[in-house]
Structures are given as structure tokens and as C-alpha cells.
Design a protein around this ligand. Sequence first.
Ligand code: GRE
Ligand code: ZN
Length: 324
Amino acid sequence: MQGKIALEEHFAPPADWDKRLKYVSARLPNWPEFARRQEHTFDVGLKEMDDNGVEHTIVSLGAPGIQAILDPKDALEVAQRSNDLIKENCERRPGRFSAFAAIPMQDPELAARELERCVKDLGFRGCMVNGFTQLKTPDSAIYCDLPQYDPLWEMHVKLDVPFYLHPRNPSSLGVYEGHPWLLGSTWAFGVETATHALRMMGSGMFDRYPALQVIIGHLGESLPSSIWRVDHRIKKGGEVTRSKKPLTEYFRNNFHLTTSGNFHDSTLTQAITEVGVDRIMFSADYPFEEMGQAAQWFDKTTVLSDAERLKIGRTNAQKLFKMT
Ligand code: GRE
Ligand code: ZN
């Protein structure tokens, strides 16, 4: 399929560009290759787009990025510098790239203002946040469902742009001790991000901001197969959330899923069953995945009709991001 749009594709400047930026997968044996690709999204990545029918990519800063910077002033400064650098790079390839803002979640008001600057002045399409945010001490973990973020959600609704919740490693690692291979994108990212998304659904924030739209990757971080049971056991156990409705309702009305890094037919089918074909969008997860593998699967999978392929590959993103 030609004309695809991809939206979980990362970029990072070289390691010495700003020492305050850290990358979650730097411990991996294959990191040097990922790092090289991540620094070359606007040329190596562009070539992969050309070769695989990807017309447009929404670029985001590599994880955990700004979320791991302990000082709010540093966080704002690095976010602004990174956003400006990404904007410059997007401008060199007109029509091919746009971006999600990196924002300093260490200070919700500053985060809202940087989102506003990026959307209004730089033409960005929303923001990407990499899980919980650290503030002042390395063992801190501030999750997005907390009430101090209301100014950010207000800004999202006002600007009518989505919020992409991207993985990072969990804030508590006990269960992973002795099994580092379970960390990162193999398993821990998904569990952490699904839990984070459930916190948001159960917090009442979508009752306060019903128009707010959140994107999660990896075909829903396993939520399509697990959220029915969450609601079921909340009800059975007489558990009380802070939200008005069953969590599934928020999943179906406030969430969008991308295919990033999850190129598997039965998972796609279940995601469509749970949230509907209009809430799923194509993505690869460059540089950790190749656009080639993503596209070869997506273009040929027999679980999609051509009309569904067009929606997921292109028109759902065009609608959500009001692309012309
Ligand atoms: C990351 O380090 O940020 C990462 C991976 C693998 C998949 C996605 C991703 O290491 O963002
Ligand atoms: Zn990613």
C-alpha cells in the first residue's frame, strides 16, 4: 500500500548533543545499531519510508527522553531544544515529516505551554510522553493520571491534539530481578504502559475531559485481551475506581492504538474487535523495527479488507490529525 502514515517513529540527536538526554535501551547488545539508526531518522528512516510506501511520518524524541530529567528547568530547556531541532529537520523534507512534542511533565503548567508552542508555532501534531516522570529524585515516579495534569488535558482539548503514551521501564523492578531480558520492549514496557493507561482510565480524567484522545502503541500493550477481565473483576469485587464508567468505555472512546512493533494477525484482529477499525493506525517503531518488516506484514495481511487497510494505513491518521 502506498501513502501510509506512521506515527511511532523515533529520532534522537547524537549522545553528546545534550548529556541530559538518556536512552532506555542503551544496555542492549544491539544498542549501537539502534542508536545509529535513531540519529538518522531523517535520512536512513526516510529511505525506509520511500522503499515501503510510507508517505509521512510523525517523529518523536527517543524514550525516556525528557521524562528522566530530574530538574524541571533542565527538562523544559532540553524539551525546547529537542523540539526546535526536530522542527528544523522536518522542514528539510517538506510533506514527509511532522512531529510530536517532547514536554516537561515535571511541571504541568510548563508542559501545557510547551505543547501549545509546539502545536501553534511549530505545527506539531500533539505530544509523546514516555511513561511516568521523575522529579528531583531518581526514585520518584509521577504518573499521568494525577490531578496536577489537568492544565495539560485542558490544553490538549483546546488545541484538539492527541497525547501519545509511550513505554519506558517500570518504576518498580523487583519482579524482574535476575531476568533483564524481561525488561524493556520484550515485556516490561507493555505491562508498565498498560497499567499506566488503566490508571488514566480509572482516574476520572476522561469524565472531566471526555474529548481527550490518547494513543498507545504495540496494538494496545495487551489491553485488548485483558481489559474485559479488569472491568469484570472490578464489578465482581465491588472495587471502586474514580471514574464514572466501566474502563472499557474509555478504551473505546478515548484511546487509539498503533501497530508499532506488533506485526501479528490475531493480535490485530482482536484489537479491531475491541476498539474498532477506526481507532487503529499503522506504525513501525523505527529505529527498533524496520519499516520494511512492518509494511510487508501490513500490506499483505489477509485479516484486513482493502477498505480497512486504507483506514489503518492512512485515513484514520489523516482524520485524527486533520491532515490535508
Ligand atoms: C526504546 O528503547 O525506546 C524502544 C525499544 C524497543 C521498542 C521500542 C522502543 O528498545 O521505544
Ligand atoms: Zn517506540
